[in-house]
Design a protein around this ligand. Structure first.
Ligand SMILES: Nc1ncnc2c1ncn2[C@@H]1O[C@H](COP(=O)(O)OP(=O)(O)OP(=O)(O)O)[C@@H](O)[C@H]1O
Length: 446
């Protein structure tokens, strides 16, 4: 059975087939797709990055400087594991550097970690056509220095994508994230551009200086106040900024990536976002698809999200897996990640069935963790309600209550052979009231 999706390839470059044979055998046994390449074929592979798009490279045994240089260039584009019998100068270029006496199992773990995107916690897992398109766009733009605008619902992985762009850009500076909603108009220049004293970000540096030579992610850019927008626009247009209390201006060497979960065109129409700033930011827009549009990535995502968990990823029976795929995932990968983590803690080494999954699937349960949803649970509704805790980042109450209502209706229908009158009784509703709710939520009683 495949451990990762087969579209993720492993390219093994070796001095000889004999040298690579144990590695290949092991990977093949584990069901990971691989390609074999002689050193001379590396250049060809490098030239076909857009076709390969996601790959771990394992190099083996004294392949020589020329190949090592090419591999280093490749590692800036793709996650690489290097297996070598000689000292490696620029280790940081690779996700992992292993020695030839590494056991096959250790090697496999490392390769699996890279393929799962967990080795540095920054991989953008996904190989559906929608995600392949995203990978291609990122590859094209990463090393260009172009301003990128990442759009998509909450939890789709915009920050992950931004880190990926930074990692592939080869820029040596830091990756710095600014929460635009938290920027206040007071002392804005000091916070953005720095000042001599240690007031602004605690170091005297502003965000632009912290990201000098690197990348600045303007997260939730639609939340910028109009005053902040004006300041930012000037820096983007001029390519320079001025530190508070210092004469002269400084050239900006900061790659800008902006992210928004809101539709910026709508925000512009309300007058809350400047058109000119929008066009400065939207040089290269990339839309990250919601999880419901790339359900075929589910298995790979579960593998990736579970790879870093102490008890390993949870396992699901076929019906639970079908449920995972049919659920709408309003919270996208963040929600999936929470569900996987919670199930891995509660049900280590067990196979999760549909009922257990349902008890942990909805956003409401993230907020509640009701006693009934725990393995040894089963208590009165009043106890469950009193176990409610408001998450630290708040909730959308209306959405939450709708979810609860839909979920309880679905359960009542399931338990009563989809007979509306009986389900209504189980819910303490009149049949006509339940019928109206079914219509509103588009739930079929068949
Ligand atoms: N493709 C992916 N593969 C693996 N993990 C992912 C992927 N995309 C997102 N995640 C995980 O999902 C969570 C949410 O991702 P992220 O913060 O990047 O989303 P976002 O779109 O920036 O959300 P928001 O708009 O709410 O800030 C993170 O824990 C991240 O590690």
């Amino acid at each position: 059975m495949a451990f990762v999706d087969h579209s993720a390839s492993v390219l093994v470059v070796a001095a000889s087939r004999e040298a690579a044979a144990p590695v290949l055998d092991y990977l093949f046994d584990q069901g990971i797709a691989f390609g074999f390449s002689r050193p001379s074929e590396l250049a060809y592979a490098t030239g076909r990055l857009d076709a390969i798009y996601r790959m771990a490279v394992v190099l083996d045994l004294g392949v020589g400087d020329r190949v090592r240089d090419a591999a280093q260039a490749l590692s800036r584009e793709l996650p690489c594991v290097l297996v070598s019998d000689t000292p490696v100068a620029r280790r940081e270029e690779f996700r992992a550097v292993l020695h030839t006496d590494t056991s096959p199992a250790e090697l496999f773990d490392s390769v699996r970690g890279v393929l799962a995107g967990k080795a540095t916690g920054s991989g953008l897992t996904g190989s559906t056509p929608a995600m392949r398109h995203v990978h291609r766009l990122i590859e094209r733009v990463a090393n260009k220095g172009t301003t990128v605008l990442l759009l998509g619902e909450s939890g789709v992985g915009k920050e992950v994508a931004a880190r990926d762009i930074h990692r592939r850009s080869g820029r040596q500076g830091d990756f710095v994230v600014v929460d635009c909603g938290a920027l206040r108009d007071e002392a804005l220049d000091a916070v953005l551009f720095g000042e001599p004293g240690p007031r602004s970000t605690g170091t005297g540096s502003g965000y632009f200086q912290m990201a000098e030579g690197g990348t600045l992610l303007l997260d939730e850019v639609a939340d910028l106040s109009l005053a902040c927008q004006a300041r930012l626009l000037r820096v983007l247009e001029d390519g320079r900024y001025k530190r508070v209390g210092e004469p002269g201006t400084q050239a900006r060497d900061v790659r800008i990536i902006a992210a928004s979960r809101r539709n910026l065109v709508d925000v512009m129409e309300t007058g809350a976002f400047r058109n000119d700033l929008f066009f400065q930011l939207a040089v290269f827009p990339i839309r990250l698809p919601p999880l419901r549009e790339r359900i075929a990535d589910m298995t790979a995502l579960i593998e990736a999200l579970g790879a870093g968990l102490p008890g390993g990823r949870p396992r699901f029976d076929a019906i639970a897996m079908a449920r995972l795929k049919s659920y709408g995932w309003p919270g996208n990968i963040r929600e999936l990640s929470n569900v996987i983590e919670r199930l891995a803690i509660l049900y280590p080494h067990e196979t999760v069935d549909r009922g257990t999954l349902d008890a942990h699937l909805h956003p409401l349960d993230v907020a509640l963790m009701t006693p009934e949803s725990l393995p040894d649970g089963g208590q009165a509704p009043a106890t469950q309600i009193s176990a409610m805790a408001l998450p630290s980042d708040g909730v959308d109450l209306r959405e939450l209550v709708e979810h609860l209502e839909k979920r309880l209706i679905e359960q009542a229908l399931d338990r009563n052979d989809r007979v509306v009158a009986h389900a209504a009784r189980a819910l303490g509703l009149r049949r006509t009231t339940l019928t109206e709710k079914l219509r509103r939520y588009g739930i079929s009683s068949d």
